[in-house]
Design a protein around this ligand. Structure first.
Ligand SMILES: [Ca+2]
Ligand SMILES: [Ca+2]
Length: 376
């Protein structure tokens, strides 16, 4: 897990504030920790003169799906203005139309892949979406390594998507192997929230990503929730078919345009251009376990063999003061595997012959519960 700990920044800011008391707080000085042990791990208030390219990589001459834009790192498309990150979609200048592969519009797409990859955390983004038919601004996350296979098997988390063709609403969603828009009703993986001022003012879009669940919030109100269900999932490929969210992910912020034939922005209203997707700040918190976590996890109530798959065992979740990292599965005294969720899929049924199969919970500081034996 990569951590960019900003304690030295906090100390520097405190000194700066002390030196010039008139200064108003900038975004990264506000709410530097949240209840529940959440500590600011990364913050960008976009207050400087130039985008921090050690974190944000701007796509260059890249098209995404059937969108009608090329993403560009040019200042016309991505810039900082008045403490805001501005992604701007414009009609492609005539000078750029010499290339036969040009798209009618250019826009911007930023990602943190390779620079800011993390597992679990609380991501808060203050954003104003881009008005105009055809816009498709999004704040989302993809896995940095496709450990469980290509999309959607390794997962996708959409913190916020907006469609200019239907203003006044925003959407939050997840995509995994078992549940995605190709095999599942979109209404069960995505939640749409009415937000009349989405494209006229800044709203707070938040994802609370723990080892157990995803919770989406807008302006502090829960709008969507997802977690692994060990009675329904994990029996075919293992837990990752429904919960691939135990790996490092990175952030993507882009202003998509068009995709008229697909599920995206739809037909573009050229009269609405240029249009901007604006970000006031991005904050990422993680729990400071070493400081806060004091208790070992509870032991699980029981461990049982599934009655639908004889390679699959399951148990109720353990509880912990700051969260369970994973479970350890031990067969006749040998650690055979770990699982971030409350089930485990064996590769074969030889464990049926074992003297004992037992499971214990481990928290993020390494404290462990007592073992519980699988019921005979
Ligand atoms: Ca700002
Ligand atoms: Ca604990």
């Amino acid at each position: 897990m990569r951590r960019i700990v900003l304690f030295w920044v906090a100390i520097g800011l405190m000194l700066m504030v002390g030196a010039c008391k008139e200064k108003t707080l900038d975004d990264c000085e506000i709410d530097t920790s949240l209840e529940g042990g959440w500590t600011l791990m990364f913050c960008d208030g976009f207050d400087g003169d130039a985008l921090d390219t050690t974190i944000w990589r701007a796509a260059d001459q890249v098209r995404h799906g059937s969108e009608e834009v090329y993403y560009s790192p040019r200042p016309e498309n991505v810039t900082l203005e008045d403490g805001k990150l501005i992604l701007r979609s414009i009609e492609t200048p005539d000078a750029d139309k010499v290339n036969s592969g040009y798209m009618p519009y250019t826009s911007a797409r930023l990602e943190t892949k390779g620079n800011l990859d993390f597992t679990y955390g609380r991501i808060v983004v203050s954003a104003k979406t881009a008005p105009g038919a055809g816009t498709w601004p999004a704040i989302w996350m993809l896995p940095t390594e496709n450990v469980y296979g290509n999309w959607p098997n390794s997962g996708e988390i959409d913190i916020m998507e907006y469609y200019g063709k239907r203003p006044g609403r925003v959407s939050a969603a997840y995509h995994v192997e078992k549940y995605n828009h190709m095999n599942t009703a979109i209404s069960s993986i995505a939640r749409t929230t009415t937000l009349a001022n989405a494209d006229s003012t800044f709203n707070s879009y938040e994802l609370i990503w723990t080892s157990e669940s995803l919770t989406w919030r807008i302006n502090g109100q829960n709008v969507h929730f997802y977690r692994y269900n060990n009675r329904l999932e994990g029996t075919n490929d293992g837990y990752h078919e429904a919960w691939p969210f135990d790996q490092a992910f990175h952030l993507i912020i882009n202003l998509g345009m068009g995709d008229a034939g697909g599920s995206g922005g739809g037909e573009i209203d050229a009269e609405a251009l240029p249009t901007t997707f604006e970000i006031d700040y991005v904050k990422i918190y993680q729990i400071d376990y070493e400081t806060h976590d004091k208790e070992a996890p509870s032991k699980v109530d029981y461990v049982e063999l599934s009655n639908i798959n004889d390679r699959y065992i399951l148990w109720p979740r353990a509880t912990d003061d700051y969260g369970v990292s994973h479970y350890e599965i031990v067969v006749d005294g040998i650690l055979v595997g770990t699982s971030p969720v409350n089930s485990y899929l064996f590769s074969d049924t030889s464990f049926h012959e074992a003297f004992e199969v037992k499971v214990r919970a481990v928290d993020f500081t390494g404290k462990t519960s007592d073992y519980v034996l699988m019921e005979p």
